[in-house]
Design a protein around this ligand. Structure first.
Ligand SMILES: Cc1cc2ncn([C@H]3O[C@H](COP(=O)(O)O)[C@@H](O)[C@H]3O)c2cc1C
Ligand SMILES: O=C(O)c1cccnc1
Length: 352
């Protein structure tokens, strides 16, 4: 599986937004990163000024992980299903943050270890995953089903009018496979990617480091094949996120990336769909060390550094209000000409 011909954002629209910024009533460049973000959205939409968002959507992929049974998380595996229910009824961090930022929330159960069908389990590929220190996370058929599920959700969201996507993941234990994917794709040593996840103590940290070392040994055998890597060392959430991020790019839809799990999937998605990263912005730098490595590898500069380490889309949606501001600046601010405000005494330096 490979995504050919990922389109690129429209550089004419980006240049036009940069020129528009120079004519607005503010010293040139004075809105800093907001200017760059606004121009990026103009490029993604292919028009300057860009349209303010009408349907931003947070999509959170939920899954359990076999490795969690070996004791690599601060919380027991049943918490995943409980968190999914809470996210749906409005009490989770992402429920509150998405609602505050004016974004709709969709939770997709791709492999939660729970019984029965529910409206969010349409794309469920299995319950949990294999314990990646000793076995594959998924079968060959399951990994393809999960990647395709992510693609189908991206298509459904874009067809439903989503004009900005935020990707998130929820699942006890997922910082372990995410760290393994990052180490595999960046060449980092196991110890450099072990983070505190959900708040683990030193004893759990040691177990997690061993699990990551053992899983990485297996991962390195399939390093050149992104789908095989997801099968061996990922999980259904990470695979679905990979499909989601690649397909969003294919559909010319900008995405705000979340924390470690999404950063790891983004690394895999860029391997499968070269150039897809032009459609993504890193919202926040997680305090997970592997997240820093993933963003450096992707050459993505995080917008925020608030000391968050949560995932579940919360880190991703945190930058949405800033992105909304960035778009509205271009769409609504007056130019010197419109307002009669005198421009600079000397011509502005060329935009960098
Ligand atoms: C109550 C609660 C809410 C969360 N929201 C996100 N996570 C985050 O922590 C988990 C990953 O960390 P680890 O790999 O250490 O298990 C994931 O569920 C992730 O989404 C949560 C974790 C908990 C416990
Ligand atoms: O960045 C993440 O995705 C993350 C970090 C800590 C715990 N859970 C998730």
């Amino acid at each position: 599986m490979r995504f050919e011909d990922i389109p690129q954002p429209d550089e004419v629209a980006r240049a036009s937004a940069i020129t528009l910024h120079e004519s607005l009533i503010k010293p040139v460049g004075s809105l800093g990163r907001l200017e760059e973000l606004g121009s990026w959205i103009a490029a993604c939409q292919g028009q300057s000024p860009p349209r303010p968002f009408t349907r931003p959507r947070v999509v959170v992929f939920a899954a359990d992980h076999g490795i969690a049974r070996t004791g690599v998380s601060a919380y027991p595996p049943e918490v995943t299903a409980q968190l999914v229910s809470t996210a749906l009824t409005g009490g989770a961090a992402i429920s509150v943050l998405a609602s505050s930022a004016g974004a709709g929330l969709r939770v997709v159960d791709v492999a939660v270890d729970s019984e029965g069908d529910s409206p969010i389990s349409e794309f469920k590929v299995r319950r949990g995953s294999g314990s990646i220190d000793v076995e594959d996370a998924l079968s060959g058929a399951e990994v393809l089903a999960a990647v395709r599920a992510g693609m189908a959700v991206a298509d459904a969201e874009v067809d439903g009018g989503a004009d900005l996507l935020v990707a998130g993941a929820l699942g006890v234990g997922h910082t372990t496979p995410a760290a393994v994917l990052v180490a595999a794709l960046t060449g980092a040593e196991p110890v450099a990617v072990v983070g505190r996840g959900s708040g683990i103590d030193d004893a759990i940290w040691m177990r997690k480091a061993v699990a990551i070392r053992d899983a990485l040994r297996r991962a390195r055998q399939v390093i050149t094949d992104p789908v095989a890597l997801l099968r061996a060392s990922g999980g259904a959430d990470l695979a679905a996120l990979t499909g989601f991020l690649a397909q969003a790019a294919k559909r010319r839809t900008p995405v705000l990336l979340d924390g470690l799990a999404v950063g790891a999937a983004a690394l895999v998605a860029e391997e499968l769909a070269p150039g897809a990263r032009s459609w993504w912005v890193a919202s926040h730098l997680s305090s997970e060390p592997a997240h820093t490595l993933a963003l450096e590898h992707l050459d993505l500069e995080p917008v925020l550094d608030l000391g968050m380490r949560l995932g579940e889309g919360a880190e991703g949606v945190a930058a949405l209000p800033l992105l909304t501001m960035a778009v509205r600046v271009l769409a609504e601010m007056s130019t010197h000409e419109q307002s009669g405000v005198t421009g600079p005494t000397s011509p502005p330096p060329p935009a960098s």
